[in-house]
Design a protein around this ligand. Structure first.
Ligand SMILES: [Zn+2]
Length: 260
């Protein structure tokens, strides 16, 4: 199926999906974690300006330019805070462009039906959401599609994930829900940039690397995420361009792309 997941190697080895996963310490109360630890923080500075991200028309529009990446705000019916705010989305695109110079468009939000939620924890089943996003936009001319939600996400047998991606493939889905914990606006933005570039990197064909300077290093906690590389390394860019020579001049190490 071309998908695989980040996972503890001792867990469900048969899976083929790829993702950045954090398995939480058992016993930490989920409710306490989702309480008010900065969840409502917004970006303090930096009005997004000059962004190459436009609002798409309603519904699955059709891409008209090469290397179109559609950013799909992904919510759940009846969950008022499940869609990331505009400031989050525009900052995210600005940060992605430092590493991947594609043509980003922010779509109108999509609200998934409540059957996408787990019965007991109310988290979004990101494997189902990934399938939905992939099918919805397949054949529409988009080079990549990234669903981004403020709903917590998970797959069966896990406590939660940060994201899930096809590798390589059309789609990935990322959650920003946990990234505000114990974080000021700057750290939250950095985490979002890190996760979204990591998952986009998977869709472009990159696997995990042991190089902790790279954004493609595997992390299974927020602490590891914060300690990991924030950008592609020269090696990551080499791998991407070796696989797709047309990426030359479009993917950048150390965040040195046009978004810088
Ligand atoms: Zn990963």
């Amino acid at each position: 199926m071309g998908t695989e997941e980040d996972r503890k190697p001792t867990r469900i080895n048969h899976r083929l999906v790829h993702a950045l996963i954090v398995v939480m310490a058992i016993g930490i109360l989920y409710g306490a974690m989702t309480a008010w630890w900065g969840l409502e923080q917004d970006y303090g500075g930096g009005e997004p300006s000059g962004l190459d991200a436009n609002r798409a028309a309603d519904g699955p529009s059709v891409a008209t330019v090469p290397y179109s990446v559609l950013i799909v705000p992904l919510g759940v019916a009846g969950e008022d805070r499940s869609i990331p705010d505009d400031a989050t989305l525009t900052a995210m695109v600005e940060d992605l462009r430092k590493s991947v110079d594609f043509d980003y468009t922010i779509a109108e939000p999509v609200k998934l039906p409540r059957r996408f939620l787990t019965r007991h924890t109310g988290q979004m089943r990101v494997d189902l959401a990934l399938d939905e996003v992939s099918q919805r936009y397949e054949g529409k001319g988009y080079f990549r599609v990234m669903g981004i939600t403020a709903q917590d996400i998970t797959i069966p047998d896990y406590n939660f994930l940060f994201g899930l991606a096809q590798r390589p493939g059309l789609a990935c889905v990322v959650s920003v829900e946990r990234l505000a914990w114990r974080a000021d606006a700057e750290l939250r933005r950095q985490r979002i940039a890190n996760i979204t570039l990591h998952e986009l990197g998977h869709t472009l064909g990159l696997s995990h690397t042991p190089d902790k300077q790279s954004v493609m290093v595997y992390s299974d906690s927020l602490d590891e995420l914060d300690a990991s590389g924030r950008f592609f390394t020269e090696r990551d860019v080499e791998l991407l361009v070796a696989r797709r020579p047309d990426f030359a001049g479009r993917v950048f190490a150390h965040g040195s792309g046009p978004g810088e």
